[in-house]
Design a protein around this ligand. Structure first.
Ligand SMILES: [Fe+2]
Length: 325
């Protein structure tokens, strides 16, 4: 932050706006959407802890906003919807004039997947969400859960699982993943008997005993991955690619655009992006240099600047090194 202020030649008290990459008002839906889970056998026990964990995340984010307000005493601190930050950054980085935008991550407030149509309009940008999928249907959650089960860090080392998939055969666990991640006309759902409802606490594992019984025990000892681990990675990867292609086709149908931008942490799954390219429903596919949450810093700033000035700030298209060397 110190470097950035020096680089811009301003002091903290001269900053008039600070954009944060989550909109706190939307966490309320996380609490409210927990209650219907009380009436379903597979999710009943986690419904209230889920509601509570959305309250906890809201509190944590409120504290962060207060810290920012303290650091920038004259600034208006604004929360930007998480998927909007991902999407606007992905579009701005592409250099396109008009495109479909697909954002897939673990969770942004309560949204896990979104599709939008983005267009340059004069100096500004028109960003229109056309579809969204909410938690608990989350591809990032599922991929992260299996990554952790295989002995790597969730939210960080998913790429290692993607690489391990090359050594495995998806056939063995294909049927399991078809059931665990179910394709629907509009997207997908997760089977709560295999991927239990999300509760943000280490006391609530992200895979069920049924999933573990059908696959293998968690790899916790750092031992060399076995063929079972590779087969599990391969089946997860195969299903992920199928879901991503399905979502990309939906983005094409809903927007009619011929160019696609993909953002969100799952966009780092480059094999899925390759599958979308090979599917050929889009002429070209663009993934920004920081599709994960790192890019939402720029995305939130771009979104808020566009909202208040009507201008899409320049300097993001096809560039990556926006900070100090
Ligand atoms: Fe995200």
């Amino acid at each position: 932050m110190g470097w950035l202020l020096d680089h811009a030649g301003v002091t903290a008290s001269e900053v008039t706006s600070v954009a944060y990459n989550f909109n706190l008002d939307l966490y309320r839906h996380g609490v409210l959407s927990s209650f219907p889970h009380l009436f379903r056998g597979a999710t009943r026990r986690r419904a209230l802890p889920r509601a509570n964990s959305f309250r906890k995340v809201y509190r944590r984010a409120t504290e962060r906003l207060a810290t920012l307000a303290g650091a920038f005493p004259e600034a208006h601190v604004v929360g930007v919807e998480h998927h909007r930050a991902h999407g606007i950054y992905a579009f701005a980085a592409s250099g396109y004039e008009s495109a479909a935008v697909l954002v897939v991550d673990s969770l942004g407030e309560t949204t896990t997947t979104s599709i939008a149509r983005a267009q340059l309009e004069g100096d500004g940008i028109r960003y229109e969400p056309v579809a969204r999928i909410s938690d608990p249907a989350s591809l990032g959650y599922a991929y992260g859960a299996v990554t952790e089960h295989l002995g790597w860090r969730r939210g960080d080392e998913e790429g290692t699982v993607m690489a391990l998939a090359a050594l495995g055969d998806p056939v063995r666990f294909r049927t399991l993943f078809r059931r665990a991640i179910h394709l629907t006309e509009n997207g997908f759902t997760l089977d709560p008997t295999l991927f239990p409802l999300r509760v943000v606490s280490s006391r609530y594992p992200r895979l069920s005993p049924a999933f573990i019984a059908a696959t293998c025990p968690p790899r916790t000892d750092g031992s060399t991955p076995s063929s079972t681990h590779a087969d599990l990675a391969a089946a997860l990867q195969e299903r992920t690619e199928q879901v991503m292609v399905h979502l990309a086709r939906r983005a094409r149908d809903l927007t009619g655009e011929s160019l696609l931008c993909v953002g969100g942490g799952v966009a780092m799954n480059c094999l899925s992006i390759g599958a979308i390219v090979r599917d050929s429903v889009f002429e070209e596919v663009s993934v920004p240099l920081a599709p994960g949450d790192a890019g939402t810093a720029a995305g939130a700033a771009l979104a808020h600047y566009a909202d208040t000035t009507g201008t899409l700030a320049s300097g993001t298209a096809r560039r990556c090194y926006l900070g100090p060397a």
